[in-house]
Design a protein. Sequence first.
Length: 326
Amino acid sequence: MAASKLFIVIPCYNEQEVLPETSSRLRQKLQTLVQQVKIHADSRVLFVDDGSSDRTWAMIERLHREDPVFCGLKLSRNEGHQKALLAGLMEAKKHADAVVSMDADLQDDIEVIDKFLEEYAKGCDVVYGVRSSRKTDSFFKRNTALGFYRFMKRMGVEIVENHADCRLMSRRALEGLERFSEVNLFLRGIVPLIGYPSAVVTYERSERFAGESKYPLKKMLAFAFDGITSFSTKPIRFITLLGFLVFAASLGVLAYTFIRKWMGATVEGWAFLSCSIWMIGGVQLLSLGIIGEYVGKVYAESKRRPPYLVEKYLEGETASENGGNK
Ligand code: UDP
Ligand code: MG
């Protein structure tokens, strides 16, 4: 099998401090891989400038001028990590057999690319890079991240724990991804939905070697919230459930109120008021939940996710055909 063409996609947002180092390390890595005939000589590094306000794009242009191994894609404005990454993946899909995505700060060990390629050669379409430990992350980041993955799982979102957006995807997997035309992008949730053979490889995550994190707490929370609301209607189910419970409780309250009234232990109007509050509360919550269920269905439909992706097709050959399939 001829060596496959690899694209490495790097979203960059105000990364002028890290780009010189990142680019030289990646160039080195690609050269080594080409020499080892693990990848095709036309493999590239694709930097996506996510509307940076510093010299990031100027640097990408210079890199491209000096060495054609570097390509660049500039978004018209800052769209956020996920969209920048998607833009890069979709561009790379047109040219490459396999695409690796990574962050510009190289917190994800680039040596993991070898392991990615091994799994890819074994026939995996998606290879997830998983952080084996988070020693270098701050206490805060480590625990919020852990809590996030747990919560997502509990909410019914299929997600690979401790896997950020460092992964390899084959062209076929990217074509699958393209068919998910949703606007609220949460790649970590979508990629597992693509299916196809996949594997997980682990690596040590290191510290950002320059510049600062482009993911402050506010962005992290927004990201988590987006993730949950784009993949799960469990919060809506929760309202329906709550409605049932309150309504059931209201029946208990009804009985209790009657007993109290018959015992003559109530003031005028109490029975009527306490029953009303519980019953109306219950009915309202339940109605909200039911409406929510329909809104959830509309939401799911409007995402227009592909109902299925075909992995293999064994064609029945007819007598008039003489092969031609692979
Ligand atoms: N990034 C981006 N657009 C943004 C924010 C971040 O393209 O609006 C990129 C950033 O340049 C980096 C990656 O997303 O390549 C991850 O960001 P960062 O390393 O700051 O996040 P952290 O590792 O702290 O979670
Ligand atoms: Mg980082």
